[in-house]
Design a binder for this molecule. Sequence first.
Ligand code: PGA
Length: 240
Amino acid sequence: MMKYLIGNWKANKTLDEARSWIREVKSRMEKVHPDLRVALCPSFIHLRLLKDDFPELTLGCQDLSPYGDGAYTGAVTARMLEGLVEFVILGHSERRRWFQETSLTVAQKAVQALDFGITPIIAVHTQNWREQLRALDDSLMDRVIIMYEPPEAISSQIGPIGQGDAAPLEEVKAMVEKIKERQDVKTVIYGGSVKSHNLTTFLSEPQIDGVLAGSASLDAEEWVRMIRIASEAIEAQAKQ
Ligand code: PGA
């Protein structure tokens, strides 16, 4: 069964810091389990560097334009990103909170992404998840990944990297099950304070299709450790 491990750098790292991360990850990297889909979502400015210097790494981005090419100053369109990224994170609680992203723009961005072969990872939070998916056409549901991420579980918002408590497993399982009751939703992952020490807890649950990690993906050593632990968890599950 395929599992996802998605990294979200958020607004972090200069190009030089990204170069050091690449060097360190490459020097530590071990075999990735074939059923593990690893992807990193850095900021736009890092994409070309990562693509050229680390071609084995699958890339995603953290936003894209709700419109196509044209007179939209400051926007990065799905057509520009085609072939460079496979995923885009949309509707993250930080985007909704600091950049006024609405369910409607999330839906528009998802359509743009899908038109150019980019899979949207759409974030929803606790009770109002139905509302947050409302603007999304039902026919697209089986082509997107839904991420359940309660904002209070996001460690990088709380304090220094490494702080924060993930949501309780029972709560995550219940939410994932509820979201999957919408028959067309196939893939639901969890995000919020996922680190190497709690990764196996989430990946060992058959209903949870993977995780997204923010702060843990910034640290090269921790990221490689997570890939190893995720690969082992998948292997262990396959043997059961
Ligand atoms: P975190 O962030 O892993 O630092 O909690 C998760 C996210 O919001 O992407």
